[in-house]
Design a binder for this molecule. Structure first.
Ligand code: PEP
Ligand code: MG
Length: 551
């Protein structure tokens, strides 16, 4: 966990994954076009400027009044006579249009940057770079959209351009952190207008190692916390939920108290993904019907205790926080990005290696301690146990043999426990979805679809790898088919199925999952109310639609 101080330019508090717009994404030096003759280059430049201006106009049309001026300003720059004269003279001397634009744009931007006595003009250097870069990209046939995002993220960059914010769909930007930048920049103006929590001037250190990691962005306090520990996350989630409830508080019936029924009368269930008692408490206050996924590993990550008794106290505290509502506890999902120093350490602890139930089965002593603690806690309130990263029925059978051994051990000790705690599996590997019915035949009592991992394994796109982001599609046709298979198997086998993961916290994805047949949704507590609002306004369409066209 590391805290960075910055300057707040738009208030708010969010927790999310960082997506870095790296220097290489906006590399201005690689202009690999061979110039044609000057007349042709002049023509290409004129066409590119016209295209750029029509793109800017369309962004202005989507912007509100305060933002529109930014795009008109950029459009006017591209008509500036002395600017264009300089570009033309480079072209006449044999330089390609893109290179000429790059040189003049950079020189003008540097000139403005040097105007230390005129802050307003100094900050417009970013607009020059943004506008000229747009023309260069058109000339070089490069996409104008820098990032494609499948889930909402906190953007990080050295500084942001106005069009960065306009080339990403609304709702995909949870927050903004820049190492440089200023409160007066146009990007900051847009962030404020759109109520996107934003922090500037956090320093270069932050950018070095932030991509794909979790960050708390507390723009109210002017800080961000990289890799927050469990306590910090829980405190932040509690504050975020309280803020959300306040915002929704002027409805006649508070959203969290409304019955969960779609517009066409189909009931649904909203659950929360939690880390421990504190955020369970906040989730229940925001109307969650229970905990759909308790990531039990996070209690351990901070230390390394596996003591059965300590775990028993922890699960009992979680059950108490849920106040009689059911909780689904995932057994440890160590390996890959969640490793412990001296236990479950695997030489093969990669995404495709010894994660989740695979590592638990390799350490039966620790696994059994956890199962015993959970079965004992099961006497205190409704609890279910789910195994992560299950590939095939052999995994399931092996885990259930250890469960049987736990029952025997507890019987011998004469300790009270709940012997019929339901056991289920996380569907996060396509192989498991494709054979979902086998698990039911082998006694599996419920399914939890984990969209984070299922998306990554289905598309062979690491969840933290930005360059593979366009393959990471949580509602693709492939996902649709795997999810439908799982839902059908659950329906035929008469067992419940819940869908969880980051994607579910996005309202439009949640509606798509509703159309795929899901009725139980688990998400971060901070997303409960917005997803509820979207589902209340949707129709379940029981005669389900076909798969989406793209992907
Ligand atoms: C998932 O894979 O969808 C999930 C919720 O688990 P985690 O993000 O903890 O891997
Ligand atoms: Mg997972």
């Amino acid at each position: 966990m590391k805290k960075y101080q910055g300057v707040s330019v738009s208030s708010g508090l969010v927790l999310g994954q960082v997506s870095l717009i790296s220097k290489s994404n906006r590399d201005r030096t690689s202009i690999n076009r061979n110039p044609q003759n000057p007349e042709k280059e002049m023509q290409l430049l004129e066409d590119a400027i016209r295209t750029a201006q029509s793109e800017l106009e369309s962004m202005a049309n989507r912007a509100d009044a305060s933002e529109q001026a930014i795009f008109w300003f950029q459009s006017m720059l591209l008509e500036d006579e002395s600017f264009l004269n300089e570009v033309h003279s480079y072209i006449q001397a044999g330089t390609g249009a893109a290179e000429a634009m790059n040189r003049v744009g950079q020189r003008y931007a540097d000139k403005l940057l040097a105007m230390t006595d005129n802050t307003y003009l100094r900050l417009r250097n970013v607009d020059i770079l943004d506008a000229t870069q747009r023309v260069i990209n058109i000339l070089c046939d490069r996409p104008r959209m820098r990032l494609t995002l499948d889930h909402p993220v906190i953007l990080a960059a050295d500084q942001l351009m106005p069009s960065d914010l306009f080339s990403i769909p609304a709702g995909m930007i949870l927050g903004i952190i820049t190492s440089e930048g200023s409160a007066l920049s146009h990007a900051a103006i847009i962030a404020r207008a759109r109520k996107i929590p934003s922090l500037v001037q956090v320093g270069r250190d932050f950018l070095d190692d932030c991509d794909g990691r979790i960050v708390v962005l507390d723009a109210d306090e002017g800080v961000c916390i990289l890799d927050p520990d469990a306590d910090t996350r829980q405190q932040m989630v509690a504050r975020i939920c309280a803020g959300q409830r306040e915002e929704e508080g002027n409805l006649e019936t508070p959203l969290q108290d409304m019955p969960c029924t779609t517009r066409d009368g189909t009931p649904f269930e909203l659950l929360a993904n939690c880390f421990g008692p504190e955020d369970i408490d906040s989730a229940i206050q925001s109307g969650a019907a229970g905990v759909g996924l308790l990531r039990s590993d996070y209690q351990i990550l901070a230390g390394d205790t596996f003591d059965e008794q300590e775990q028993y106290f922890y699960y009992t505290a979680c059950i108490a926080a849920a106040g009689g509502k059911p909780i689904t506890v995932r057994t440890f999902d160590f390996g890959s990005d969640r490793t412990l120093s001296n236990v479950y350490r695997g030489d093969q602890s990669a995404h495709l290696g010894m994660r989740g139930i695979r590592s638990s089965l390799r350490s039966p002593r620790n696994f059994e301690a956890q199962i015993r603690a959970l079965m004992r806690a099961g006497t205190r309130g409704p609890l279910r146990i789910v195994f992560p990263m299950v590939t095939n029925v052999e995994d399931w059978d092996a885990a259930m043999r250890l469960v049987a051994h736990c029952r025997q051990n507890l019987d011998e000790r004469g300790v009270p426990y709940k012997s019929d705690v339901p056991f289920g599996i996380m569907l996060s590997i396509p192989a498991a979805c494709l054979t979902a019915d086998d698990f039911i035949r082998h006694g599996c009592q419920f399914f939890v679809i984990g969209t984070n991992d299922l998306t990554q394994y289905t598309h062979a796109a690491g969840r933290e790898i930005t360059s593979a982001e366009r393959y990471f599609q949580p509602t693709s046709k492939a996902m649709y088919r795997l999810i439908r298979m799982t839902v059908d198997a659950a329906e035929n086998g008469h067992i419940p199925v819940t869908i969880c993961g980051l994607a579910v916290g996005d309202s439009s994805n949640a509606v798509q999952y509703l159309h795929m047949g899901l009725r139980s949704f688990s998400m971060g507590p901070q997303n409960l109310l917005s997803v509820k609002k979207a589902l209340l306004e949707s129709e379940a369409r029981p005669d389900r639609e076909g798969p989406p066209e793209q992907g």
